[in-house]
Design a protein around this ligand. Structure first.
Ligand code: NAI
Length: 488
């Protein structure tokens, strides 16, 4: 009989057992199998990670940007060699289908490493002319030890989106993956090390909320980059405020997708499905409020229903599968509770929203993709983030009306507009209160295009050049070439 593997921490360039004896199980959401017993970091471990990161920072920040960029590019190449393995690991940890993870997870992570690897040599300040006898310049300097805290839905992508800009700018990072999906952060640490990253520059600390709090409140930490839910984001921001640390937050959403009557129908349906059912709907930027113009509604619903019912639910390792299990039993129950609530609130359940028994995967958390029609703005299913495969369809008549209703939310992560009238599209997008918008597509996040939210959806932008500003601070230097004026 083989024993369950252990997943230790990664501190100072070494796989390190936690000082605490606490372990928690990492469970495969498709099978219920315990993949590993994960070491939970306590205060001693967090202190050790900070000391290691401070040492790593001294060495790493002294290198020229070109040298740092080269390490990131080597790491990207190593990830590409291990693409299949990383994609399969992501399937086992998250339950997402293998038809997605090589692209949305691994390639997106590789893109981030290549993007920031390329920019590392171009991190620079400004020169200010102050007349013939003086000038000033600014330096963009790293912050020091940065903490990354990740959610469970895109574990490798989040680790890469946070660590690549942090490292490109000369910082060290301590990354805490979600306790539900801890494996690929360890593989990323191995890859960075193999690519030549000095010990201590990228550390992985496992744990749950207490470990996250210990990291966010640690006096030796200079910045926190967080991805997760709004309530946790508030706590992390509170810890950052108490220590006067910088923080960027990528939080949840309840984003609108507006489909005007002239939209190309099959593209609009494709986008609505991607915006609700990709990764089983466990995507922060999902367009879960689908506003469809009354004139298109009947055709839209017919095609949407047929295509949704044709999605294959099953073994996430099977390349033909489109719907895998939800991340955990607790989350599945929460999603099913929202389906029950939607019916109770008077929305019409067109299809799905039921637990699915997949033969051979009796312990899997499968739920069929759900479509609600006849939704009203004030229903809880239309106001609260469900983070599962539940689409709410609402109808509208006028542009003015739909813009107002789309913006009537506490969130502001993303929004989409479908129309062949580009004047209308740009006019509407300009009025939508969201950080990331798409016209005639949805949820694409290429490296270089800023991603992030406003209002309750977060602070800061990831996956773009602006992120470099979030991982650096400006030092200004005044240089005198003339004499010092003095009245004394
Ligand atoms: N805007 C974005 O880019 C994204 C946002 N999300 C959001 O994440 C949420 C789902 O992810 P979950 O992992 O369930 O979120 P969560 O907020 O429960 O956990 C996120 C991370 O925070 C850690 N944590 C928990 N309590 C903490 C504390 N007091 N201090 C510090 N860290 C703590 C967790 O261990 C985990 O690593 C959804 O609301 C979703 O919208 C997810 C992916 C991307």
């Amino acid at each position: 009989m083989t024993s369950t593997p252990e997943l230790p921490l990664f501190i100072g360039g070494r796989a390190t057992p936690s000082a605490s004896q606490d372990r928690f199980a990492n469970i495969n959401p498709a099978t219920g199998e315990v993949l590993a017993m994960v070491h939970e970091a306590d205060k001693r471990d967090v202190d050790a990670a900070v000391v290691a990161a401070q040492a790593g920072f001294r060495e790493w920040s002294a290198l020229p940007g070109m040298a740092r960029g080269r390490v990131l590019l080597r790491a990207a190449a190593l990830m590409r060699e291990r693409r299949d393995e990383l994609a399969e690991t992501e399937v086992r940890d998250t339950g997402k289908p293998i038809s997605e993870t090589p692209f949305a997870d691994v390639d997106s992570a590789i893109d981030a490493l290549e993007f920031y690897g390329g920019l590392a040599a171009d991190i620079k300040g400004d020169h200010l002319d102050l007349g013939s006898t003086a000038f000033a310049y600014t330096r963009r300097e790293p912050l020091g030890v940065c903490v990354g805290i990740g959610a469970w839905n895109y574990p490798l992508q989040i680790a890469a989106w946070k660590s690549a800009p942090a490292l490109a700018t000369g910082n060290a990072m301590i990354f805490k993956p979600s306790e539900l999906t801890p494996t690929n952060a360890m593989k990323l640490a191995e890859i960075y090390q193999q690519a030549g990253l000095p010990d201590g520059v990228f550390n992985v600390v496992h744990g749950r909320s207490e470990t996250g709090h210990l990291l966010a409140s640690h006096p030796g930490v200079n910045k926190i980059s967080f991805t997760g839910s709004v309530p946790t984001g508030r706590k992390v921001f509170g810890d950052a405020a108490a220590g006067l640390k910088q923080a960027t937050l990528e939080l949840g959403g309840k984003s609108p997708l507006i489909i005007f009557s002239d939209a190309q129908l099959s593209n609009a349906v494709s986008a609505a499905m991607n915006a609700n059912f990709y990764s089983m709907g466990e995507v922060c930027s999902n367009g879960t409020r689908v506003f469809v113009h009354e004139d298109l509604h009947a055709d839209f619903m017919a095609l949407l229903k047929a295509r949704t019912e044709a999605m294959t639910i099953g073994d996430p390792m099977d390349p033909t599968t489109r719907v895998g299990p939800l991340i955990s039993k607790a989350h599945r129950d929460r999603v099913l509770e929202y389906v029950r609530l939607g019916i109770e609130e008077g929305a019409y359940l067109v299809t799905g929203g039921e637990p699915v028994n997949v033969p051979g995967f009796e312990d899997g958390n499968f739920v069929s993709p759900a479509i609600f029609d006849a939704c009203q703005d004030d229903m809880r299913i239309c106001k609260e983030e469900i983070f599962g495969p539940v689409m709410s369809v609402l109808t509208f008549r006028e542009e003015e009306e739909v813009v107002e209703r789309a913006n009537a939310t506490e969130f502001g992560l993303a929004a989409g507009v479908f129309t062949q009238n580009l004047t209308l599209a740009h006019r509407v997008v300009a009025r939508l209160q969201a950080g990331s918008c798409w016209i005639n597509n949805y949820n694409l996040t290429p490296a270089g295009v800023p991603f992030g939210g406003i209002r309750q959806s977060g602070i800061g932008r990831e996956n773009c050049r602006e992120t470099l500003d979030h991982f650096t601070q400006v030092k200004s230097v005044y240089v005198e070439l003339g004499d010092v004026e003095c009245d004394y």
